[in-house]
Write a protein that binds this ligand. Structure first.
Ligand SMILES: NC(=O)c1ccc[n+]([C@@H]2O[C@H](COP(=O)([O-])OP(=O)(O)OC[C@H]3O[C@@H](n4cnc5c(N)ncnc54)[C@H](O)[C@@H]3O)[C@@H](O)[C@H]2O)c1
Length: 373
C-alpha cells in the first residue's frame, strides 16, 4: 500500500477507536486557542503523532514540526503532515531538524527529551508562552539546565502516566512482544519479576492474567509485601528458585548479573522492561559465554560458563519498545495531556522554570477518555 494511503488508513482506525481525540479536536475547533501563534513540535513522527497534530491544528495557528529521531520517522507521516499544511523537518541527525523550527520562532513548544528546549536556549531564543515536556529523560535534562528562561510544564510526573503508561502500557506490550518472539503461551509458566514498582507490577499483573505463576524479587521488603497482596509469590533477593522467564524492571544496572544468570534453570528466557539496557548484564554474559547462537531476530541463546543456557530477547533493551509492542491507547492518552498542557500555558502567564502538572489537567483528560462515566 502506498505510504500516504497507509497513513490515512491508520488515522481512520485511530479516529474510530479513540473518539477522545476527535472530542479534543472539536473542542479546539470551537475555542481556536492557537490562532495567530506559531507552534513548534519536536516529536517522533509516527502515525500516533500525526493523529495528534491533526486535532491540534483545528485550534488554529501555524505548525512547524521537527523529527525527534530519524530512526523513528515514518516517511508516510511526513508526507501526510505536509499535505495538511504542516511544515515538517525530518532532518538527517538528531539535531539538524530543530534549526528550522527555531528559525520559525515558535511561541509555544511541545518537546521530547527537551532537545528543542535546549537548542532554543543555546540559540538564545525562547518560546514566549513556554514548553511542554513529555518524557522523564527530558525532565532530568531541563532540571539540569535550571534556571530556565521560559516556563516548562512537566507532564511526565503526573498520576496518569505512572498508573497507565508505565503499568498497563508496559505490562501489556512486554508480553505481546514475548509471544511474538517465542510463540509461547504464558499459561502455567513460572515467571520471576525483579523490581516491583509500577512497571514491575504491570508486568507481573499481566503475566498472572495470562495464567503464569509469578514470583517477585524486590530489594524493598515493603514492595515484596505489596506483591504478595497482589497475588504473587514474594521471594528474597538471592533466593534460588526455578523460573522459566525472568523480567527485570528495577531501573538498576546489573539487577541480573552474570553470576545470578548462572543459577537459573537451563533455557530460562531473559527479558528487560526497565529503561536501562544493562539491567541484565548481557555484555558480561556475551563475554563469558562459551557458545552464542543467534536463533532469530532479537533472540540470542547463550551457553553460560557454568554449563546451562539462557535465551535473551531484544538484546536486553526494553522489549516492548524494541518491538514497538502494545496498544496505542496509553500513548494517545498522554498526547491529549500534551495538547491540554499547551492550551494551559496560554491561559495565563506561567512562571519560568518547571511547572508541576496541575490536577485539573489530568481530570480533564480523564473526562475526555471516560465520556459519560
Ligand atoms: N519499558 C518501558 O516502556 C518503560 C516505561 C516506563 C518506565 N520504564 C522503566 O522501568 C523501570 C522501573 O520503573 P518503575 O516506575 O517501576 O520504578 P520504581 O523505582 O517505582 O520501581 C523499581 C523497583 O525496583 C526495586 N529494585 C531496585 N533495584 C533492585 C534490584 N537490584 N533487585 C530487585 N529490586 C530492585 C526498587 O526497590 C523498586 O521497588 C525504570 O527504569 C523506568 O525508567 C520502562
Amino acid at each position: 500500500m502506498p505510504s500516504a494511503s497507509r497513513v490515512q488508513h491508520e488515522l481512520a482506525r485511530i479516529q474510530t477507536f479513540f473518539p477522545a481525540l476527535t472530542a479534543l479536536g472539536n473542542r479546539f475547533a470551537a475555542e481556536r486557542p492557537f490562532d495567530g501563534l506559531t507552534l513548534g513540535l519536536n516529536m517522533h513522527l509516527t502515525t500516533l503523532t500525526a493523529a495528534l497534530v491533526r486535532e491540534l491544528q483545528l485550534g488554529g495557528g501555524r505548525f512547524v514540526v521537527a523529527a525527534a529521531n530519524p530512526a523513528t520517522t515514518d516517511g508516510g507521516v511526513v508526507e501526510y503532515l505536509r499535505d495538511i499544511g504542516v511544515e515538517v523537518h525530518p532532518g538527517t541527525g538528531r539535531s539538524d531538524a530543530q534549526s528550522p523550527v527555531i528559525a520559525a520562532a515558535p511561541d509555544l513548544v511541545g518537546d521530547v527529551g527537551f532537545a528543542l528546549g535546549e537548542a532554543m536556549i543555546a540559540a538564545g531564543t525562547r518560546p514566549k508562552h513556554g514548553l511542554v515536556e513529555i518524557t522523564g529523560t527530558g525532565v532530568a535534562r531541563l532540571r539540569a539546565r535550571e534556571p530556565l528562561p521560559f516556563p516548562v510544564l512537566n507532564i511526565n510526573d503526573g498520576r496518569l502516566k505512572k498508573a497507565i503508561e508505565n503499568r498497563h502500557g508496559v505490562g501489556e506490550g512486554l508480553w505481546s512482544a514475548y509471544t511474538t518472539l517465542t510463540g509461547q503461551h504464558l499459561g502455567g509458566r513460572r515467571v520471576r519479576v525483579i523490581g516491583y514498582g509500577r512497571v514491575g507490577a504491570g508486568v507481573a499483573g499481566y503475566a498472572k492474567a495470562g495464567g503464569a505463576v509469578v514470583e517477585v524479587v524486590d530489594t524493598d521488603p515493603v514492595r515484596r509485601l505489596i506483591a504478595r497482596f497482589d497475588g504473587h509469590v514474594p521471594i528474597d533477593p538471592g533466593a534460588v528458585t526455578r523460573p522459566q522467564v525472568v523480567v527485570t524492571a528495577s531501573g538498576t544496572r546489573h539487577a541480573l548479573s552474570v553470576a545470578d544468570i548462572g543459577k537459573l534453570p537451563d533455557d530460562t528466557v531473559l527479558i528487560n522492561a526497565g529503561h536501562h539496557p544493562d539491567e541484565i548484564d548481557v555484555p558480561g554474559l556475551a563475554a563469558e559465554a562459551t557458545e552464542v547462537d543467534h536463533i532469530g531476530p532479537r533472540v540470542v541463546r547463550y551457553r553460560h560458563p557454568k554449563g546451562g543456557h539462557v535465551v535473551v530477547l531484544g538484546g536486553g533493551s526494553p522489549l516492548n519498545i524494541v518491538m514497538n509492542a502494545g496498544s496505542n491507547e496509553p500513548v494517545l492518552l498522554h498526547f491529549t495531556l500534551l495538547a491540554l498542557g499547551m492550551r494551559w500555558l496560554l491561559q495565563a502567564e506561567r512562571p519560568n522554570g518547571e511547572n508541576k502538572l496541575p490536577a485539573v489537567l489530568e481530570q480533564e483528560v480523564a473526562r475526555l477518555w471516560l465520556p459519560g462515566a
